[in-house]
Write a protein that binds this ligand. Structure first.
Ligand code: GDP
Length: 427
């Protein structure tokens, strides 16, 4: 630290929640700066599991400030449910430990409705969104018709903006999709109640963060989705609706780019992807099923089975270089125990040309084949180890081989879901 960007270097579900929770022990502030409740971060501490969708992963550490910054698309109902659930379990959540940006955009019922209705119309071209309204809320932000947290705190303003927006949305919901309109009066009543509950947490979080940085506080920025789902640099259109990596921080948190001191990527020792879209190293047969079973690869938000494949060195190198990563954490290494052999996608073949560079445009990935290289696996359970030298020789050799292919140091290994199940390699 003082300020550290931690981002997912694959298609999401890399184990960011666990690593951020772990690193938050040394942070004063943990900041979410993009995405919405489509993220699902899992943390396991002393056998107790916590899944967070909007509240930052520093919340389990007493004394850490958690910021939901302006770039996040907030579903206020979901956020308050998460706060209630944490409090019920004895986690302290106060107006000091949780800060919410007055400038963050809000998700309403019409966003969720539009998300599900539009996805239906896309047929084969559907994106596989979580249906939680995040894409439509970001679309409204760009169209300058979104409502923000500050609007919720001012019932009159909320009334006039929401009535204007809903008139148009309902015309589309009824006229284009043939579905029932959203009830304005009910939405307004709900919004007023939510505003009252959110009020103690709300502030100018950008100004607070800049002051924290000047005061020498250690700030950790928590990426919510993987870099391959970045709206500009991911596998568009099969992406999420925001900038998921380090580049999303300045705009999404009101934090100067030059004050981001260090960036660390997180990638699994293999690959997974939820939803539609290209996934070059996907394994459709028995080996993919074996990885899914060993890694319990089912979505934390939707429960959907994740698509599984071998580690893709082309994609991870791209994700780390795009974010200027100083190092990366390899997670789920324990899941690979028991495989006779382990493969890695070391290059792509597109239109007969072999390349180690990730293509800038998605159509190039159509019909892309991966070149795999294979090394021996190991059989031992490694989840109880804490020292790199104690790993079986072939596990060390896998780690060092992948590290060399990527060209960026692996600073930590994760070998189980528990906070303590890590092997440090310098972080
Ligand atoms: P995130 O969205 O990146 O935070 O990841 P998810 O929470 O969706 O998925 C990661 C899953 O893997 C969760 O169930 C974690 O508890 C679990 N997990 C995290 N790190 C490890 C690890 O090193 N080994 C194993 N076996 N599971 C892990």
């Amino acid at each position: 630290m003082p300020s550290l960007s931690v981002f997912g270097a694959q298609w999401g579900d890399e184990g960011k929640g666990k690593i951020i929770d772990r690193l938050a022990a040394d942070a004063d502030v943990v900041v979410r700066y993009q995405g919405g409740a489509n993220a699902g971060h899992t943390m396991v501490v002393d056998g107790e599991k916590t899944v967070l969708h909007l509240v930052p992963c520093g919340v389990l550490h007493r004394g850490t400030k958690n910021v939901v910054a302006n770039g996040v698309a907030i579903d206020p109902v979901q956020l308050l449910e998460e706060v209630d659930a944490l409090r019920e379990r004895g986690v302290e959540v106060t107006g000091e430990s949780l800060r919410i940006s007055a400038g963050a955009h809000l998700i309403f019922e019409h966003h969720r409705r539009m998300d599900q209705l539009s996805e239906h119309w896309l047929g084969e071209g559907r994106i596989g969104t979580t249906g939680r309204g995040i894409g439509p809320a970001y679309a409204d932000k760009a169209s300058r018709v979104g409502l923000r947290v500050s609007d919720l705190l001012d019932p009159e303003r909320c009334h006039s903006r929401l009535s204007a927006v809903l008139a148009e949305k309902n015309a589309t919901i009824e006229g284009v999709h043939g579905a029932d309109p959203v009830d304005l009066a009910a939405e307004l009543e709900r919004a007023t109640a939510l505003g009252d509950r959110l009020r103690p947490f709300v502030g100018d979080t950008g100004a607070e963060l800049r002051a924290d940085y000047r005061a020498g506080k250690r700030i950790l920025f928590e990426g919510a989705q993987g870099i391959m789902l970045d709206i500009d640099h991911g596998t568009y259109p099969f992406v999420t609706s925001s900038n998921t990596g380090t580049a999303g921080i300045p705009a999404g948190a009101g934090f100067p780019p030059g004050h981001i001191d260090r960036a660390i990527g997180i990638a699994k020792a293999y690959c997974t992807r939820v939803g539609e879209g290209p996934f070059p190293s996907e394994l459709r047969g028995e080996t993919g099923d074996a990885i899914r079973a060993a890694g319990n690869e089912y979505g934390a938000t939707t429960g959907r089975p994740r698509r599984c494949g071998w580690f893709d060195a082309v994609a991870v190198r791209y994700g780390l270089s795009l974010n200027g990563a100083d190092g990366w954490v390899m997670t789920n290494l324990d899941v690979l125990s028991g495989f006779e052999e382990l493969s890695v996608a070391t290059s792509y073949v597109m239109d007969g040309e072999q390349t180690r560079e990730y293509p800038a445009h998605l159509p190039a990935l159509d019909g892309c084949e991966v070149r795999l290289e294979t090394r021996p696996g190991w059989q031992e359970d490694i989840s109880g180890l804490r020292c790199y030298e104690d790993l079986p020789a072939s596990a060390r050799s896998y780690v060092e081989w992948v590290e060399e292919l990527i060209g960026t140091p692996i600073v930590m290994l994760s070998i189980g879901p528990e906070r303590e199940q890590v092997i440090s390699r310098g972080l």
